[in-house]
Design a protein around this ligand. Structure first.
Ligand code: GLN
Length: 241
């Protein structure tokens, strides 16, 4: 079995080591005996998106974001179709914001998004920074997701969230929602080592890609003692008392 992981704009969207999540997917595939090919897609490095099984879009500074926002517009329809065909997407922070209608930065400049989902993000005073714990809505065990967030943008929507906030801010610091899920497309504000600290989410993404391509229904269990000790540590340190 073989999957292609498209790393979108690795030169412009890689805040807090977000690309480590792609390394994590590749490594887990290797341990599971699945060939994973990493394909880079960027400005002046465009390749056909049709071959992708998993698409990873990391977070970016407002500058990086504005560069790719205009570039990606010509792929809008294609990306929308790929999401509808159940391809797997993981979009972090700036990447997550991009899938909505627009992002309005701290100076009030508007960047049109891909309008795939009906939400917008507005930067407000005071960044939402820190460790975060949520309860996932995907039915994964353990039911928690842990991570780190750092965003000025506030996103509001009525879609299925990825998690219910237990501790931290999430989409906007108000409605206790974190991220979004639509088919196999996940948006989230959880930066950095999201997948290494949440191996159940990593395997969920791999399984969804394999299910679609090869009708595989389950994955072998890996030894995730170290990964879950990191997961547990975040819960121990940052759970509300
Ligand atoms: N510029 C966006 C914000 O601050 C996204 C930044 C990021 O990806 N961390 O909301």
């Amino acid at each position: 079995m073989e999957i292609n992981i498209f790393q979108m704009y690795p030169d412009l969207l890689n805040l807090y080591g977000d690309l480590g999540n792609v390394t994590c997917l590749k490594k887990r595939c290797e341990w599971l005996g699945i060939q994973a090919n990493i394909v880079n897609f960027s400005i002046n490095q465009e390749v056909s998106l049709q071959e992708g099984d998993i698409f990873f879009i990391g977070g970016g500074s407002d500058r990086g974001q504005s560069l790719i926002y205009s570039h990606l517009q010509k792929y809008k329809k294609q990306l929308e179709e790929l999401i509808d065909e159940n391809k797997v997407f993981l979009a972090i922070c700036g990447g997550y914001q991009l899938l909505g209608n627009k992002y309005i930065d701290a100076e009030g400049n508007e960047m049109p998004g891909l309008e795939i989902f009906d939400y917008e993000t507005k930067s407000e005073e005071g960044r939402l920074i820190g460790n975060i714990i949520t309860e996932n809505t995907l039915g994964l065990k353990p039911d928690t997701l842990v991570g780190f967030e750092n965003h000025g943008g506030r996103t509001y929507h009525d879609l299925q969230p990825l998690g219910k906030v237990i501790s931290g801010y999430g989409n906007n610091g108000k409605d206790e929602k974190e991220g979004m899920v639509y088919k196999n497309c996940i948006g989230t504000y959880l930066h950095g080592p999201l997948l290494p600290k949440n191996p159940h989410l990593a395997d969920y993404l791999i399984l969804k890609a394999l299910e679609r391509k090869y009708e595989i229904k389950s994955l072998d269990k890996l030894d995730d003692k170290i990964e879950y000790s990191a997961h547990e540590k975040v819960i121990k340190l940052y759970s509300p008392r």
